[in-house]
Ligand binder design. Structure first.
Ligand code: C5P
Length: 221
């Protein structure tokens, strides 16, 4: 099949990336982080992108080409031939990404790029609208959720593990703001697809969620 095998959607800090990479390894398919695509555009276009006239923005977007190489959880996303790096992994870039993610022209462009990548190989994809908009016919759709407090705690731990300063209250506020924007935008808002399996991960660890996802995948075949 040329459609992705698994879609993982959900709010920030829920553990999508860790789980998507593990699933990709287990299934022997490529892994695509669509949030990284929005972050890369946000990073490259800068804070002014939002104010550009639509025609100008559309023209700038045509200059970006995404590609996927490697395999499993180690799949590498590149933009214009350069692997996407750690520079996009800040809450500032995430906030900018969330802002440009409200623009229909940006979503259209990335949707086409995501579908093209999905047509070239089987994938585990993570994002916000994978099961609802980009890959509506995916075989396995999951929506991961957890309380905002638990997600802030996880993100905090992650940042500390990377040696980055992390203040729980600040991170909780940033996550809440970004989730509000993602849930309430007009185009492709964050929500579970009608046919997605929702997993509340609040009281589960990564192994527990992974077991739950693989159980569903094996049951459905
Ligand atoms: O997943 P990540 O936190 O890296 O995504 C950054 C932002 O990109 C999200 O807050 C969201 O606004 C946007 N995004 C999106 N649709 C996707 C993936 C990410 O709107 N499929």
């Amino acid at each position: 099949s040329t459609v992705p095998v698994v879609t993982l959607d959900g709010p920030a800090g829920v553990g999508k990336t860790t789980l998507a990479k593990r699933l990709a390894d287990a299934l022997g398919v490529a892994y695509l982080d669509t949030g990284a695509m929005f972050r890369t555009l946000a990073w490259k276009l800068g804070p002014g992108a939002h104010e550009l006239p639509e025609g100008d923005l559309r023209a700038r977007l045509e200059g970006f080409c995404f590609a996927l190489s490697g395999a499993g959880g180690a799949s590498v996303l590149s933009c214009n031939g350069v692997p996407v790096g750690e520079e996009i992994r800040t809450e500032e870039v995430a906030a900018l990404a969330s802002r440009i993610a409200t623009l229909p022209v940006v979503r259209e462009r990335l949707k086409a790029a995501q579908q093209a990548l999905g047509a070239s190989c089987a994938l585990v994809v993570e994002g916000r609208d994978m099961g609802t908009v980009v890959f509506p016919t995916a075989r396995h759709k999951f929506f991961l959720d957890a309380t905002p407090e638990e997600r802030a705690r996880r993100r905090c731990q992650q940042l500390e593990a990377q040696g980055q300063p992390a203040d729980l209250a600040t991170i909780a506020a940033q996550i809440r703001e970004r989730d509000d924007m993602d849930r309430n935008r007009a185009v492709a808002p964050l929500r579970a697809a009608d046919d997605a399996v929702t997993v509340d991960t609040t009281s589960l660890d990564i192994d527990g969620v992974f077991a739950e996802l693989t159980r569903h995948i094996n049951a459905r075949g």
